[in-house]
Design a protein around this ligand. Structure first.
Ligand code: C5P
Length: 301
């Protein structure tokens, strides 16, 4: 049997970060938004366990984790352990989400692997248990299951769907080099030593989403990690300025970066902005839209 599950990249439309908790994680209030850049995870019956990853030519294979340390391996181990079944299967991950880019590509793969292996092994895991296992794999993994547009609290793992009346068009500019999420959070702590215990609320973005108006959303976009990401990578600051100069409603670092995203008025506008940003410094510029579904089955044979 072969099962393919697709899972989307995410953008944080609002990322409010508080002072680190005793466990080292930062409390978050975030508005997650799933966009149409997706990874596909295909699992098939096999006697042993193996994971193979296919990358587009513009993603550096050096950014991938070493064999056996992939979040897909951990997802499978966790699911198999939870049900007391052996971990076996042949897994193929076809990536289109930039690696180490702040778009939760690894989280998407973990969520897709959980759903695909649940089907392959005929486990019938409840939604509650899947979300709980997902949270153990990473702060963003529950959202990769849920998709759409949703509020994230806790360390990001507590997800509640939001009313979203828009179809939002984005230009996505990946960076050839990755940026480590823990490093960006550490730098945030250095730059903002007096961060509040309770992160800034997402109310403005929540209201803009309900209005469906891209100008309101552009004005409301907010990322507390942007300061740290741009300080570590000044080229991102220049890219954000350039995107707004060529007409994007607003540029924003995605999550912990280094991918930058630009909100546009619609599909044609996004294509224009993408065309203007494409060049020797940024040979790969993508356009996409959201919200889209979380991890979902696309093939079952
Ligand atoms: O949960 P996840 O494995 O994605 O987190 C990766 C790293 O990002 C953590 O080890 C931590 O350094 C940082 N992080 C954080 N606070 C969060 C989420 C992530 O400090 N809410």
């Amino acid at each position: 049997m072969t099962v393919t599950v697709r899972a989307p990249a995410k953008i944080n439309l609002h990322l409010g970060v508080g002072a680190p908790r005793p466990d080292g994680f930062h409390p978050l209030v975030t508005a997650y938004h799933a966009v149409g850049l997706c990874d596909d995870v295909t699992v098939a019956d096999a006697d042993t366990w193996s994971v193979h990853t296919k990358l587009p030519d513009w993603i550096d294979p050096g950014l991938l984790p070493a064999d056996g340390e992939n979040i897909v391996d951990r997802a499978a181990e966790l699911l198999a352990g939870f049900h007391g079944v052996p971990r076996r299967g042949l897994v193929s991950v076809v990536k289109a989400i930039p690696v180490a880019g702040g778009l939760a590509g690894g989280s998407a793969d973990a969520a897709a692997a959980l759903v695909a292996l649940d089907r392959l092994w005929d486990l019938h895991t409840s939604d509650t248990d899947l979300l709980r296992l997902a949270a153990q794999l990473g702060s963003d993994v529950p959202f990769s299951l849920v998709g759409g547009t949703a509020l994230g609290t806790g360390r990001g793992e507590l997800v509640t769907p939001l009313t979203d009346r828009g179809t939002w068009w984005w230009v996505v500019v990946p960076s050839p080099e990755g940026l480590s999420t823990p490093r960006v959070y550490r730098h945030f702590d250095e730059l903002v030593p007096d961060a509040p215990e309770r992160p800034p609320s997402a109310d403005e973005v929540v209201a803009a989403l309900a209005s469906g108006d891209p100008y309101l959303l552009a004005a409301a976009l907010h990322n507390d990690l942007e300061l740290a990401a741009v300080d570590l990578r000044p080229d991102l600051g220049r890219l954000l300025e350039r995107g707004e100069e060529v007409g994007a409603l607003r540029g924003l670092v995605s999550g912990s970066g280094p991918t930058c995203v630009f909100l546009c008025e619609g599909a044609d506008h996004a294509r224009e902005v993408a065309g203007a940003l494409t060049g020797p410094e940024h040979p790969v510029v993508l356009t996409t839209m959201g919200p889209v579904a979380g991890a979902h089955l696309v093939e079952y044979a």
